[in-house]
Design a protein around this ligand. Structure first.
Ligand code: ADP
Length: 577
């Protein structure tokens, strides 16, 4: 399964909304840029006037005055341009920050089942490559697009105003430009895709040969591998040639479309001047405008190309928001701490139930161990009990309210899942703990750490609670990381915990230590322990034996052993080991 990708209409609507929310800074950028452009446009205008004045004969004083004015205009233009650039960059950053926050919020609230089904690779690609591409376009592309298009429009306007007849000649480049870029955009996308694919292929062949050189030698595959490499190189070469030709051609036509108008303005202007329809000064002004507009025009074309690439990435990012949520929080709040499963079913794939209607009522404060063969559905049921996935049939309630009707932070104050995963987030120890309760006071953090027997080693860290940990910071041992996770649970303080083999992967010494931390956490709470070792089951108040997605037996250890059923057999064989 693939995560959804937004269609063009949705991407356009999204971009439109994004720009509308930044209407005001956007207006400021355009206004400042317009001012800067007008200042830049004053130069050719004044130069044109100067040419006419000199042609008709003027004083040196007049020329000096105009020159002084020119310097002033250049100064004004530089200052305004600076502020225009500044606000454009600020706008780009703001838009991008908003985009990133929205994306992150979406990603962190995705239904786990969807992410698991699609695989994390797709999501990772979107959070890295796609965000990078969009970031480049938003930070630099959007501001530069605004700047260049404002400048181009104003320049054409000014040329028309200065000498409408002469300015007509500016248009000769337009058809060439439009045809060339349309042709390029249409052909370049598939060519670049093929080019990238050819390189991926080449990479694959070369890396494989290098990494498995011993095997290649042993099987005398040298010649074969060389042939494959040659073929891959030839393919990459072909596509490189194709894209290079495309670039050369678009470059040629673009440059031509930029130069043509200059020549056209001069020739056509010369004719008009001869016919007495305009002045040399006006022709000078328009010719300078044509030269001046080439830079922004070229930049605009470049960004149009970049923005096309970024739009494809944006479609994948916006696509994340199309994933339907797996739950809608309601307003009902639990009246008690009773956790119940009623007729719970679950199917990872439609029509293939792995849980077949499980009923279970947990007595507050009890300890229930779930045992059974691997693949029986213990972990799946544990995730239902913790509200990680909504069941596909039946319901799990706390105090009469379905778990999946509770908002996430409320849910975690009732039930939490403890697994072996113990990721340390980049940040301080305190940051790691406050993920559970962002407003926890430092004293609460210390208490939580003390509760899981971790206060001592945290206090011994270079900066105590404020020591940076995680990648780039101090590396914690797996046991320490697990203790942080347990301390987070102390802070969350849920009345019911679902334990999925919380300690079995650690080395025995660390495990014993952790079990102390864990039992401190478990005291006074309802606990469902998914046990793979029967001795933990032995200590529980009740044991549930799961088989094929059903609870086959349930009751206290002694009763089950006495009953002589499935559990009794398991227990017997375990004791014999
Ligand atoms: P247990 O914890 O008892 O070993 P699980 O709950 O992990 O059992 O698995 C129950 C059944 O669901 C198994 O048949 C397993 O193959 C299947 N299953 C577990 N996780 C997934 C998943 N993410 N996608 C598809 N099937 C799964």
């Amino acid at each position: 399964m693939q995560l959804p990708v937004a269609d063009n209409r949705r991407v356009r609507a999204f971009a439109g909304r994004l720009l509308r929310t930044h209407r005001r800074p956007l207006a400021v950028v355009v206004l400042l840029q317009a001012l800067a452009a007008v200042a830049a446009l004053a130069l050719p205008w004044m130069l044109g006037g100067l040419v006419d004045a000199v042609a008709q004969g003027t004083t040196r004083r007049y020329v000096d005055t105009v020159a002084l004015w020119l310097v002033g205009v250049v100064l004004v233009q530089s200052v305004v341009t600076r502020y225009a650039q500044r606000s454009a960059m600020l706008l780009g950053e703001e838009v991008f920050a908003g985009l990133r926050e929205r994306f992150l919020l979406g990603v962190t609230h995705l239904p786990l089942s969807t992410v698991e089904r699609a695989g994390t690779g797709d999501l990772l690609g979107r959070t890295t490559n796609d965000i990078d591409r969009v970031q480049w376009a938003v930070r630099f592309g959007v501001p530069r697009l605004l700047v260049t298009s404002t400048t181009i429009l104003l320049t054409f306007g000014a040329a028309l105003l200065a000498a409408p007849l002469v300015a007509l000649a500016m248009l000769v480049g337009v058809p060439v430009l439009v045809l060339a870029t349309r042709r390029y955009l249409k052909r370049s996308a598939p060519a670049y895709r093929a080019n990238a694919a050819a390189y991926a292929d080449l990479n694959g062949v070369l890396t494989e040969s290098a990494e498995h050189a011993a095997t290649v030698d042993a099987l005398s595959l040298g010649a074969v591998r060389r042939e494959q490499a040659d073929a891959a190189v030839a393919e990459a070469w072909t596509w490189e040639t194709v894209t290079l030709k495309l670039r050369m051609s678009v470059f040629f036509w673009t440059v031509l479309s930029f130069s043509l108008p200059v020549a056209a303005v001069v020739v056509w202007g010369g004719y008009l001047t001869g016919a007495g329809l305009t002045t040399i000064g006006a022709v000078t002004t328009v010719a300078l405008y044509v030269i001046q507009v080439r830079g922004p025009l070229f930049e605009l074309l470049m960004w149009v190309d970049e923005v096309q690439v970024a739009t494809a990435s944006l479609a994948r990012i916006v696509g994340i928001e199309l994933i339907a949520p797996d739950r809608e929080p309601g307003t009902a709040r639990p009246a008690s701490e009773d956790v119940r499963a009623e007729e719970v079913r679950y199917a990872y794939r439609e029509g293939e139930d792995v849980l077949h209607g499980i009923d279970l009522t947990l007595a507050p404060g009890e300890r229930l161990a779930i045992v059974g063969p691997s693949g029986a559905g213990k972990s799946t049921f544990g995730r239902m009990l913790a509200g990680i996935h909504p069941p596909t049939g039946g319901r799990v309630t706390v105090g009469g309210v379905p778990l999946v009707d509770l908002p996430e932070d409320e849910l975690r104050r009732h039930v939490a899942l403890v697994t072996q995963e113990h990721h340390v987030f980049v940040g301080t120890v305190a940051d790691n703990l406050r993920l559970a309760r962002h407003d926890a006071a430092e004293a609460d953090l210390v208490r939580a750490l003390a509760a899981v027997d971790a206060a001592e080693w945290v206090a011994a860290l270079p900066q105590g609670l404020h020591t940076e940990v995680g990648s780039g910071g101090l590396t914690l041992t797996p046991a320490q990381a697990q203790q942080l996770a347990l301390a987070r649970l102390v802070l969350l303080d849920p009345h019911t915990l679902v334990l999925d083999e919380a300690t079995s992967l650690l080395d025995p010494r660390a495990a014993r230590h952790l079990e102390r931390s864990l039992s401190a956490l478990l005291t006074g709470r309802t606990v469902v322990a998914i046990a793979h070792r029967l001795h933990t089951a032995h200590d529980a108040d009740r044991v549930a034996v799961m088989e094929d997605g059903r609870i086959a037996e349930i009751g206290p250890h002694e009763a089950l052993v006495a009953a002589g059923g499935e559990y009794a057999a398991l227990w017997e064989s375990w004791q014999q080991e």
